[in-house]
Write a protein that binds this ligand. Sequence first.
Ligand code: SAM
Length: 244
Amino acid sequence: MRLDVFSIFPEYLAALDLSLVGKAAKSGLLDVRVHDLRDWTHDRHRTVDDTPSGGGAGMVMKPEPWGEALDAVAPVDGPAQPRLIVPTPAGRPFSQELAYELAAEPWLAFACGRYEGIDARVAEYAGERMRVDEVSIGDYVLNGGEVAVLVMVEAVARLLPGVIGNPESLAEESHSGDGLLEYPVYTKPTSWRGHDVPDVLLSGNHALIAQWRHDQAVRRTAERRPDLLAAWGGVVAGKDDAAA
Ligand code: SAM
């Protein structure tokens, strides 16, 4: 998968060289290209922002550098276009489901906004030649899109075949499969500072362990995210049947 990230703080994206995403890039599973948006400015100050049309506080990212950046990286008459993700708190919510959808794309581009965001015509124009999604990573406001891109790239990249050592670990995770939150996990030692690993996990009885984990997942989801239980009610019932 190819990933192009546009930012005025390309150093922010250095974290993409680390851990599993970095390893995936080194092994060729990911082709990560980080671009400095200011490379497509033409004035001495490398200006990327201007005052908002209609007045008001803050600055807005000018459309021209974005247009040139997109033309350079994904030429209009090129053989393919990326799917463009524009992080914004006003976007559709990012989710595990969207991460799976994006993981199936051959080419993603990310436009990191700063200031009050990017002139709305950039997404409008880009939408004439590529799929554009404005995406929010949560109901809060960050200073820029870089952290949001790190979040999304990590969530997407770990779904690509070969990135996670044991793909089975993806199946039982929170927000995957049955939609329940994952059950609590433990490791050795069996007793630590007066807290013990639940006996059932040491029983060696795989059916009992599976039932316990499922019950814990349902309980946790009901306690912490009743909205998920409601949304996934039918599938939870299916899981009950399967575990019975
Ligand atoms: N004025 C914008 C608003 O109220 O919707 C907020 C702009 S924010 C200060 C600057 C940039 O940070 C945005 O253009 C976007 O790239 C990024 N950003 C901030 N919060 C975000 C979120 N929750 N999800 C995704 N991106 C976010």
